[in-house]
Design a protein around this ligand. Structure first.
Ligand code: GLN
Length: 486
């Protein structure tokens, strides 16, 4: 049997029924990772010894009829999550020697559910990027077309799941980094409500926006993982103290009567016509299932890009000030004095995009410009929040495309940051407002996947996952596997 064709739900059931062992499953995926690595570069670190030891421990628990809900199922973590005793680089030279001394809460919780970590996935440096090209470890390639990007910043996690190198992976989403790569490689991804998942041990980029989530093949798999990783954590003051629903139990909720707001501004001239057609066709599927489609206008939403590219750099310039070559991470050779140590460690340790963000952020926070940029951005952020609030008074879910185009060629946008930033136009709004949002495969353009985006009100992950699941019961876009990895 081809173990990599099974979903998380199927793998968990098969493991519990002892149809195959956790060691067999881990061995199968580890071999696929190794074979794909020269082509896709989806991983920064693969941990075969740890994975096989964890799998053997899972097998013992399964043999005793014990273990967690996801016992023995393999998992890849974005290299932004601290993993005890394992290199945690954030795909930066700055952390290229950093072995984390503890596990992130997300890592701890998924371990407790019985999952087996196979490795750490490549990403844009410090999660800054939309194409995975800012990684110190080189770009990740899209398994559908290796000359194209997989999206970013969770590009390694996305490519790994799309190529079935792992049945599921974690990601983080500050401005679209789960949804956009999920769309570009044809898988399902969810960014939950801000505060739903603990960020303890998740290396910070922009703290008012960062949130952890899941990249998987199906909405059902995303539900299983999200449930296991969500919930209050006393170690993260931004995590919300609210009960975690059983997402898997809610997933069969029918869409009949669901009011879907189609965001007018998302179908603007920047949207590729065939991508638009695929998204419209997906909305038609919902209509046929009994959902009501309502046009909704959020006129300030297009301002989300300039707003985000003030707020996110401002917060990143503060968060990344901790990387100074003193306590951990990269340190320059033979510093002359303390100032030289700071300057050269940071100068040599950070890549160009990270430096651009730090400089932009420092600028917009500086005394003379704070009001004109940072304060203004915070005000626009409030306007966008209010627009979403108004929209959700009318509808249950908002829908639109995830990305304006399918995957673009590696190298096509690296020298043009503005064009690169505009890629995030449809995803950033949900981060500014802290809303849960997901992307699901809804078609192909010239053999490249297209994603449908769904955005829900705060803490509506359950209904969102159910809406995605209903679509996946009716269509098979999410079942397509890149031919080279079938
Ligand atoms: N592409 C966006 C950026 O470059 C979002 C990244 C993210 O969500 N981490 O900032």
């Amino acid at each position: 049997m081809s173990l990599h064709t099974l979903t998380v739900a199927q793998l968990a059931r098969g493991l519990r029924a002892r149809e195959y062992s956790a060691v067999e499953v881990a061995t199968h995926f580890l071999a696929r990772i190794e074979a794909s690595q020269p082509r896709l570069n989806a991983f920064v670190t693969v941990t075969p010894e740890l994975a096989l030891a964890a799998a053997a421990a899972s097998d013992e628990r399964l043999a005793r009829g014990e273990g967690g809900a996801l016992e023995g199922v393999p998992l890849a973590h974005k290299d932004i999550f601290c993993t005890d005793g394992v290199l945690t680089t954030c795909s930066s030279r700055m952390l290229s020697n950093f072995v984390a001394p503890y596990d992130a809460t997300v890592v701890t919780r998924l371990k407790a559910a019985g999952m087996v970590t196979v490795g750490k996935t490549n990403m844009d440096e410090f999660a800054m990027g939309s194409s995975n090209e800012t990684s110190f470890y080189g770009p990740v390639r899209n398994p559908w077309d290796e000359t194209r990007v997989p999206g970013g910043s969770s590009g390694g996690s996305a490519a790994a799941v799309a190529a079935r190198l792992a049945p599921v992976a974690t990601g983080t989403d500050t401005g679209g980094s789960i949804r956009q790569p999920a769309a570009l490689v044809g898988i399902t991804g969810i960014k939950p409500t801000y505060g739903r998942v603990s960020r303890y041990g998740m290396i910070a980029f922009a703290s008012s926006l960062d949130q952890a989530g899941v990249l998987g093949v199906t909405a059902e798999d995303c539900a299983l993982l999200l449930e296991a990783m969500s919930g209050f954590d006393p170690k993260d003051s931004t995590s919300v103290d609210a009960p975690v629903p059983c997402y898997a139990a809610e997933i069969d909720r029918p869409v009949r009567g669901l009011r879907i707001g189609v965001i007018k501004e998302f179908f603007d001239k920047g949207l590729d016509a065939r991508t638009a057609a695929a998204v419209q066709a997906a909305l038609e599927v919902y209509r046929k299932q009994g959902a009501e489609l309502v046009e909704v206008s959020c006129p300030n939403l297009p301002l989300s890009v300039p707003t985000y590219y003030v707020v996110a750099p401002a917060e990143c310039s503060s968060n990344l000030s901790r990387f100074d070559g003193v306590r951990f991470g990269y340190r320059c050779k033979e510093p002359r004095d303390l100032m030289d140590l700071y300057k050269r460690s940071r100068g040599e340790g950070f890549g160009a995009e990270v430096k651009r963000r730090i400089m932009t952020g420092t600028y917009v926070l500086s005394a003379g410009y704070y009001d004109a940029y940072y304060l203004k951005a915070q005000k626009v952020r409030q306007l966008i929040n209010a627009e979403f609030k108004r929209a959700f008074a009318q509808v249950d879910v908002l829908a639109g495309p995830t990305s304006p185009t399918p995957a673009f060629a590696i190298g096509a946008k690296v020298d043009d940051p503005i064009t690169m930033y505009l890629n995030d136009i449809y995803t950033i709004g949900a981060n500014l407002a802290g809303l849960p949002a997901m992307s699901l495969p809804c078609g192909f353009v010239d053999g490249l996947p297209v994603g449908l985006q769904l955005i829900g009100p705060h803490f509506a992950e359950g209904p969102l996952l159910a809406a995605a699941h209903a679509y996946q019961c009716e269509t098979d876009w999410h079942r397509h596997v890149p031919p080279a990895y079938a």
